[in-house]
Write a protein that binds this ligand. Structure first.
Ligand code: 5GP
Length: 209
């Protein structure tokens, strides 16, 4: 088939939209791989270095940034986050579907360098529910929660630059919709032109008799 290659998927959401849960569910399928970012934020309880993030300090991050190590990087909620060029290239080469979990700045940059990538913005049903989820998950201080809510409104403004908007009300339903979006994207002509063109060419070169 022409579209058996892995896809590139950019996923963005304000904190508390349920993005991490949805991505973890996708990653249970071995055909999906996460592009593990670099960050200067401290690990949360349960997060593993090299699996959830590569945790580095500010000095290391800035050195990497200056040596052109990142495909994109951004300052998000007062910490640096970045996607390694080499790590993501190596992942893409495996032919698996690669997930880039990045903020809206990273997403807009990756959309420019990877125009075939599918971009999905995840939203909670309302700002009130977003606030409630951030408080209930008990991973951040009130100060951090306030900052994340303030930033959410700015992030949501950029949702219109994405291919799909997914509302995460109930996680199971949102997961089904996410898989549907990914499945349909495999059939999208403009997003798959590199693989599709040679496939169509074979038809065009074939004889009718
Ligand atoms: P968290 O601290 O909650 O894990 O992530 C905060 C935000 O940083 C999220 O929106 C997440 O998608 C974003 N983020 C994670 N890794 C990267 C990255 O490599 N680049 C950019 N631009 N944002 C990232």
């Amino acid at each position: 088939m022409w579209n058996n290659l892995g896809q590139l998927i950019i996923i963005t959401a304000p904190s508390g939209a349920g993005k991490t849960t949805l991505i973890r569910k996708l990653l249970k399928d071995n055909n999906y791989k996460l592009s593990v970012s670099y960050t200067t934020r401290s690990p949360r309880k349960g997060e593993i270095n090299g699996i959830d993030y590569n945790f580095i300090n500010d000095k290391e991050f800035l050195q990497k940034k200056d040596s052109n190590f990142f495909a994109e990087w951004a300052l998000v909620h007062n910490h640096y986050y970045g996607t390694s060029k080499e790590d993501s290239y190596n992942l893409i080469k495996t032919g698996k579907t690669v997930i880039f979990d990045v903020d809206y700045q990273g997403a807009l940059n990756l959309q420019r360098t990877m125009p075939d990538a599918l971009s999905i913005f995840i939203l909670p049903p309302s700002l009130e529910i977003l606030k409630k989820r951030l408080v209930n998950r008990k991973t951040d201080s009130q100060e951090v929660i306030d900052l994340r809510i303030k930033n959410a409104q700015k992030e949501i403004y950029y949702s219109k630059h994405f291919d799909y908007l997914l509302i995460n009300d109930k996680i199971e339903a949102a997961f089904i919709s996410l898989k549907d979006i990914i499945r349909v994207n495999k059939l999208n002509i403009s997003k798959n032109s590199k693989e599709l063109d040679p496939f169509i060419d074979k038809f065009l070169r074939g004889s009718w008799k």
